[in-house]
Design a protein around this ligand. Structure first.
Ligand code: SF4
Length: 160
């Protein structure tokens, strides 16, 4: 009998608190046995050390984009996946990671301007859709777990 293709998944985090990654890890308590039969987690740096972004069916991307380097990485992920899903409010809308976009000059004190000029930061923090095509969104802060599970099922049906 021909072996069924697994859904090839990547999980990525940019500027954020990584709470959706924690929530995803919690979901593994309940779903790992069932998922490991049908999903290959090809990129999941929080949980494994051998990671690759090549040939992904779905990339789940958490966090907002705060630097040119992150923009480049996100475009590379987009080139290597069939579908890209924004995970959590920071990825879907930019907020709350983008609160510095709204700072007025009087609020930019010495400490803030030091960080902005000494690290690789863009002028503005962006949501994923400002840079690449986003196929689905799981909004919430952190992500809505029920919606995430439905989206995982949708892509299992589509690609596995
Ligand atoms: S959406 Fe909320 S939980 Fe998710 S990374 Fe942003 S701040 Fe953290």
């Amino acid at each position: 009998m021909e072996k069924k293709k697994k859904l090839v998944v990547g999980w990525f985090s940019f500027s954020c608190s990584e709470d959706s990654t924690i929530l995803f890890t919690e979901l593994l308590n309940e779903h790992l046995d069932e998922w490991k039969k049908v999903i290959e987690f090809r990129h999941l740096k929080t949980l494994k050390s051998n990671n690759s972004i090549e040939g992904l069916d779905v990339a789940f991307v958490e966090g907002a984009i705060a630097s040119p380097t992150q923009e480049k990485e996100l475009k590379k992920i987009r080139e290597n996946c069939k579908s890209l899903v924004a995970i959590g409010s920071c990825a879907c809308t930019g907020t709350p990671s983008n609160c510095r976009n709204k700072l007025v000059p009087e609020e930019v004190n010495y400490k803030i301007s030091w960080y902005l000029s000494n690290f690789d930061y863009s002028k503005e923090v962006k949501k994923l859709a400002d840079i690449v095509k986003v196929d689905d969104e799981v909004n919430g802060c952190p992500m809505n777990a029920e919606v995430f599970l439905k989206i995982m099922d949708k892509y299992l049906k589509k690609y596995a």
